[in-house]
Design a protein around this ligand. Structure first.
Ligand code: ATP
Length: 320
């Protein structure tokens, strides 16, 4: 058998651990593995390299992805997936594993419609994919954000300031929520927040100030509508010295945490085993601590339930 693998969309720590597990498991089954470079671009243009145990030696703990990743505009057109199918047929592959976010999975669904057996592995720091409780990279990202904010807070406490920190996550507030909990933030603003919440934030700072608190930490999600104005509003209304910081791409880098390496490895093993057993069109996920696989298209169509726990955590952080 011969299978292909690619990483697509935003990079996430742990992608290399998946690649490593795929190659190791495939080697055990005597399956050849071809890694396509730069996401769907490599599949369209036939840009690949054969992977073996030597090529994945020592990569399990590396951030980023050795296959590189990219967005691919052409794949959004009708022609893109058809060109990819030509490469696939020419190489006589028996399946494809794609590692990425929900966009990458939408692309994979197109390939399944052309008859390519695909397995999707969720790799994105945002933890925003429907039908899985976990996406590879999330744990490392929140650990990095927590560490960076701990550093920032040393200075904030020394000066008696309020720090507003924007964290990544696009329309998902998962990184913001969990980082806020881990850093003991005074308030978290998530996508979809309203003016009422802004007032609640200002009132909380005023109240705490009167009680003698001198430093504050506000976490703002990347997808929050009022992220660019909130620092000014806090300064104007509370008369406290405010600084703001955007953590940015540092959250996507670094060695993957043990949790990310472990889940990534287990997902990679499951993906290869499915293809070996002639299974197809599955999305690997993690639910209640167990690795699961679901029909790819159905999994994509499920709503990404913003569970009740998250609401409860948000209330806990933002309460007085
Ligand atoms: P992340 O969440 O980390 O950004 P992602 O996989 O969601 O990862 P996207 O940029 O949305 O990132 O998608 C990655 C690539 O998948 C796109 O550049 C494109 O090549 C392909 N893709 C996305 N949506 C579709 C679609 N509807 N049809 C075909 N291909 C798609």
């Amino acid at each position: 058998m011969k299978i292909g693998v690619l990483t697509s969309g935003g990079d996430a720590p742990g992608m290399n651990a998946v690649i490593c597990a795929i190659v190791k498991k495939a080697t055990e089954y005597e399956i050849d593995v071809y890694g396509f470079l730069k996401g769907y671009n490599g599949l369209i243009s036939g840009n690949f390299k054969k992977l073996n145990m030597d090529s994945v030696a020592g990569i399990v703990n590396l951030g980023g992805t050795v296959l590189q990743t990219a967005r691919c505009e052409e794949f959004l057109t009708d022609l893109g997936p058809r060109k990819a199918k030509q490469t696939y047929d020419m190489m006589a592959l028996d399946g494809l594993i794609v590692i990425g976010g929900d966009g990458t999975f939408r692309g994979a669904v197109k390939l399944t419609e052309l008859g390519i057996p695909c397995i999707g592995i969720p790799g994105t720091i945002d933890n925003d994919i429907a039908s899985t409780g976990y996406t590879i990279g999330f744990d490392t990202a929140i650990n990095t954000a927590t560490k960076m904010i701990d550093f920032l807070m040393d200075s904030v406490k020394s000066h008696g300031r309020c720090m507003v920190v924007e964290v990544m996550g696009r329309e998902s507030g998962k990184i913001a929520l969990n980082t806020a909990l881990a850093t003991g933030a005074d308030f978290v603003l998530l996508p979809g927040g309203n003016e009422e919440q802004e007032k609640q934030l200002i009132n909380k700072i005023k109240y705490k100030k009167v009680q003698g608190k001198e430093h504050f930490l506000i976490i703002v999600a990347e997808g929050c509508q009022n992220k660019n104005t909130i620092a000014e509003k806090i300064a104007a209304e509370t008369k406290i010295s405010v600084r703001s910081s955007v953590l940015g791409y540092v959250q996507r880098g670094g060695a993957p945490s043990a949790k990310d390496r472990i889940i990534a490895s287990k997902m990679g093993i499951r993906a290869v085993t499915i293809l070996k057993n002639k299974g197809k069109n599955r999305m690997i996920g993690e639910l209640s601590g167990k690795i699961v696989d679901l029909d790819l298209k159905e999994a994509m169509n499920n709503k990404n339930s913003n569970n009740a726990d998250d609401k409860e955590v948000e209330r806990f952080i933002n309460s007085l």
